[in-house]
Write a protein that binds this ligand. Structure first.
Ligand code: TYM
Length: 341
């Protein structure tokens, strides 16, 4: 049983804690939304859910402090606008619960150096940085601590995070083997949008770091959404003889699947199968459906007040901290570093 706020108490069966996090890198983009956040919204009615804006992860690459502060709050607006309900989930900022970083240090002692070296995100991100920080290398340990501080057993994420969750499982297993059964080994929850691809370069994952023409932000204007879909890359390289869609076309179909009715989707699939698909109507349908899907999010966001968002995040941190503290007390006891005063 866990209370959310003073008046709303929900009861959940054991072994059904959900945790996920997002980096505060400005406005959410539709890859975050369809790959993860849409799932967060569904899960909040079924499980005990903790969702964190992970600002400590964002400092592992060079950043501007003012921008980070702004983006952290902005992410709070975006997540609430997407439908996260503080009566049904705990939404908070990672740095307001210092137990995450304490647990990360403890877990680093049961994390294999070799495992960290194999993390593809570290390799990819490291290549783009002039200065490769030690924090970027140990980033997945903090991610494991985020999850395990709540003994979460389910982690809704996009496909790019699967390797980090597998590492979390190994960390939990090693901790349990050394110090006694403490943590569950969490499972990944994926959506249909495992990996939404860039519009301008559909062989790469949609991400803000690629630049504006590659992604659509949740708060993007209708005009801009239509323009980006209109100019989205469809064919890359020569067409093969197989019936397989090119990456760009497959990405447009995925967007259609995520935002259109089954009927509209089936119609375009059938056109494709019969070899009569035209890109222009496909793109128009994708843009129409995306605009329609994002409109209520924009409307909800416009209604939110800054004071309200701040209060929700503070309250969320208070609730989260009470849980994380208990885990830390148990963990300290198990590893022999004394009790929490
Ligand atoms: P981040 O902030 O990069 O992304 C947030 C979530 O969005 C998903 N996502 C996508 N899904 C499908 N297609 C895409 N193009 C796409 N782009 C992003 C991500 O998979 C993620 O679920 N390390 C994490 C943050 C984190 C975390 C955690 C996640 C920190 N601690 C604990 C889960 C549990 C990250 O950088 O996500």
């Amino acid at each position: 049983m866990i209370g959310f706020g003073s008046s709303n108490v929900i009861s959940t069966p054991s072994n059904s804690v959900v945790f996920s996090g997002l980096q505060p890198t400005g406005h959410l983009q539709i890859g975050n939304y369809f790959g993860a956040v849409q799932n967060f919204v569904k899960l909040q009615t079924q499980y005990e859910c903790y969702y964190a804006i992970v600002d400590y992860h964002a400092i592992t690459v060079e950043h501007d402090p003012e921008e980070l502060r702004r983006n952290t709050l902005e992410m709070g607006f975006d997540l609430l606008a997407c439908g996260l309900d503080p009566k049904q989930c705990v939404l908070f900022v990672q740095s307001q619960v210092p137990e995450h970083t304490e647990l990360a240090w403890i877990l680093s002692a049961v994390t294999s150096y070799g495992d960290l070296q194999r993390m593809t995100q570290f390799k990819e991100k490291g290549e783009t940085q002039e200065f490769v920080s030690c924090g970027l290398f140990t980033y997945p340990v903090l991610q494991a601590a985020d999850i395990l501080a709540y003994k979460a057993s389910k982690v809704p994420v996009g496909e790019d995070q699967v390797q980090h969750i597998e590492l979390t499982r190994r960390i939990a297993r090693r901790f349990n083997a050394r110090f006694g059964e403490t943590f569950p080994e969490p499972d990944v929850l994926l959506t249909a949008a495992l990996r939404l691809m860039s519009l301008a370069d559909p062989e790469r994952k949609m991400s803000k770091s690629l630049g504006p023409k590659h992604y659509i932000a949740l708060n993007e204007s209708e005009e801009s959404i239509r323009e980006k879909i209109k100019t989205a890359v469809t064919d890359v390289g020569p067409r093969t003889e197989t019936k397989e869609k090119s990456p760009g076309v497959a990405n447009l179909f995925l967007l259609l699947k995520l935002s259109a009715s089954q009927e509209i989707y089936d119609q375009f699939e059938s056109d494709y199968a019969r070899g009569v698909l035209k890109y222009e109507p496909l793109k128009r349908a994708v843009a129409d459906c995306l605009v329609k899907t994002l409109e209520p999010i924009r409307a909800r966001k416009a209604q939110l007040k800054e004071s309200e968002v701040r209060e929700i995040l503070h309250e969320g941190a208070r609730t989260a901290r009470a849980v994380a503290r208990q885990t830390l007390a148990e963990v300290r006891e198990r590893i022999g570093v004394g009790k929490l005063i």
